[in-house]
Design a protein around this ligand. Structure first.
Ligand code: FMN
Length: 434
């Protein structure tokens, strides 16, 4: 493998004549990182201090061959395994090895690189960088760029079996996964340290598959105008009390953020949640079902796709007391009236729009969801059983069934960010087949 990588490298050196031009690398280091007219996708490839660092050459070469712009960022330890000139030569781009390489850069180097990245891939990734990224440490160019970026993150770990199996490493990997990173699991085999076991960097083709999948998703929703509803609604009983539900809003927020990242113009209408506004989406905060309907209708004219994840209260107290009801004045019963069904109202004026609804049920999930699909003329329903412990409402993970007019198929349990990706892939496919 190493011999092949070296052969490939030699060929590149011969063809570009860079090997005998040491000044060129220095000159380019001082140049701005990006040509504004460059429309290629940008992969920021982080190389860290592993024996397997040389295997990043193969991944870099393939991505360059695909036509992408690859900017390599190396940790200080990585430079002890492979020289930056190798990557400089393979990519034709300056290799970044320090936060302090280019103090005069404008805009600020680590932030501009974080923003330019369509995908960040850590190949290979040490236990140390996994821990740093999981903990939010930003003490070198690579970890600072990762923390500052909204780009999808692909991580290909490589390390000794005991380091990989260590519960701290496993917890850190799980943190990354939960935050939406794609982990290209290491394989089993001979390790550089002499051990045989798990920890060997995954084959280049597997790593490339993961990076290419994320690159394909970049911009695939460009020009699409999307309305997402999310969170619960609060229907007031009095000045301080309300009828609500346990929806955290996570699914809708993840969809809004992912759709915006993939190029959609997103309006998120959200009930009360503890979540910050998703990056890139325009967020309208509301409280009640009536306010959510008004906000959705206000945005609706310009919308191509609706994804209605909100857990809208089906009922609201008929008379909300203007002040706080005193303990002694508590009514024996609370009269409720149905709220207007937001999705049904939007569906009544569907036009060419693609409508995706969510159905949270505690029994007969598929049957209720299918009934909802038909009654509201939806294109797709995402059904989930909210009675499952640890999943769905209030949780970061979910297991759902997708249901359309032709059938239904179950997705495995996954993080809500991953679910957002899968669902938007489905939306892209449906938009393309229209
Ligand atoms: C010869 C050698 C090989 C190493 N291989 C690995 C490895 O495969 N995976 C790993 O996580 N750490 C490995 N290490 C340890 C890292 O290089 C070390 O933790 C370093 O601080 C990582 O820096 P970085 O994460 O900033 O790149 C190796 C160290 C040496 C000396």
């Amino acid at each position: 493998m190493l011999a092949k990588a070296c052969d490939n490298l030699r060929m590149t050196l011969d063809s570009t004549h860079l090997a005998s031009s040491p000044g060129l690398a220095e000159e380019t280091l001082a140049a701005p990182l990006r040509d504004p007219d460059d429309a290629r996708k940008t992969v920021v490839l982080g190389v860290t201090g592993c024996i397997a660092a040389y295997k990043a050459c193969e991944v870099v070469r393939a991505l360059v061959k695909d036509g992408h712009r690859v900017v390599v960022v190396m940790t200080e330890a990585a430079t002890r395994f492979v020289g930056p000139l190798t990557f400089r030569t393979l990519t034709g781009e300056p290799v970044v090895t320090s936060l302090w390489d280019d103090p005069d850069a404008a805009p600020v180097h680590h932030i501009s690189l974080a923003e330019e990245a369509d995908v960040i891939a850590l190949v290979p990734c040490t236990a140390n960088v996994i821990a740093k990224v999981a903990g939010g440490t930003a003490d070198d160019m690579l970890t600072t760029t990762v923390l500052a970026s909204e780009a999808p993150l692909v991580v290909a770990p490589a390390m000794n079996t005991h380091m990989w199996r260590d519960e701290l490493t496993q917890a850190n990997v799980e943190t990354l996964r939960t935050r939406g990173a794609i982990i290209v699991e290491p394989g089993t085999g001979d390790l550089a340290c002499g051990d045989v076991g798990e920890g060997r960097l995954a084959p280049a083709e597997e790593i490339l598959d993961a990076i290419r999948t994320e690159l394909d998703r970049c911009g695939d929703l460009a020009g699409v105008r999307m309305l997402v509803t999310a969170g619960p609604t609060y229907e007031p009983l009095d000045a301080v009390r309300f009828l609500g539900n346990r929806s955290s809003g996570r699914t809708g927020y993840a969809i809004a953020e992912e759709a915006a990242r993939r190029g959609a113009r997103v309006t998120l209408v959200s009930g009360p949640t503890a979540l910050p506004d998703p990056f890139g989406a325009s967020t309208v905060r509301v409280e009640t079902a009536a306010e959510m309907l008004d906000a959705a209708l206000a945005a609706y004219d310009d919308i191509d796709v609706v994804i209605a994840t909100a857990a809208v209260s089906d009922f609201a107290p008929v008379d909300a007391n203007a002040g706080k009801i005193k303990k002694g004045d508590a009514p024996a019963t609370i009269e409720l009236a149905p709220t207007e069904d937001i999705l049904a109202r939007l569906a009544a004026d569907k036009g060419e729009r693609l409508l995706v609804g969510f159905a949270a049920e505690t029994s007969d999930v598929s049957a209720y969801a299918r009934e909802k699909l038909q009654r509201k003329s939806l294109d797709l329903v995402v059904a989930n059983d909210v009675s499952l412990p640890g999943l769905g409402f209030g949780s970061k993970r979910n297991r759902v069934v997708l249901i359309d007019a032709h059938g239904e198929w179950e997705l495995p349990e996954m993080d809500k960010r991953m679910l957002a990706r899968e669902l938007l892939d489905e939306v892209v496919t449906r938009l393309a087949s229209r």
